[in-house]
Design a protein around this ligand. Structure first.
Ligand code: TYD
Length: 134
């Protein structure tokens, strides 16, 4: 599995809609960290790594962008452009975020605090670990 789209509760209201993300209820992990990606210049990409242990949930709060996921055997591209769903990314998935629209605002919820040692930035090593090459 590369990733999974999770639909969030959407409480529609004439005053404006409301969506909620609660740990374990809507996403399958405890939230240890939240970070935002924004002001991405046209044509730039983020990511380009996997995490050894942490998993994440990615939501487009505004605008749109594409998340390219790769489990070592399968690739899939997810276009995120609404606040009422997000992309669950398990650990050991190579991910790259591209095609950010103007004013795209990306919310990432993570199961871990920031740990530079949890990053896997060498794609060949990633393929070795995931067993895709002998
Ligand atoms: P990085 O995760 O490599 O960005 P991306 O994968 O989106 O391209 O992080 C970029 C920089 O920001 C890096 O120097 C570490 C820092 N950073 C933190 O200090 N804390 C964090 O929670 C994150 C995600 C990054």
């Amino acid at each position: 599995m590369t990733g999974k789209i999770i639909n969030l509760p959407k409480i529609t209201d004439p005053r404006g809609n409301l969506s909620v993300i609660e740990e374990f209820a809507h996403i399958p992990f405890e939230i240890k960290r939240t970070y935002l990606i924004y002001d991405v210049p046209g044509g730039q990409a983020r990511g380009g790594h996997a995490f050894k242990n942490q998993c994440e949930f990615i939501v487009s709060l505004s605008g749109s962008f594409d998340v390219h996921l790769d489990d070592g055997n399968h690739n899939k591209v997810y276009s995120l452009n609404r606040s009422y769903y997000g992309l669950y990314v398990p650990f050991m998935i190579w991910r790259r975020m591209k095609n950010f629209s103007t004013n795209a605002l990306c919310l990432v919820l993570s199961s871990s605090v920031y740990d530079p040692d949890d990053y896997l930035r060498d794609y060949s090593l990633f393929l070795e670990i995931t067993g895709s090459i002998s």
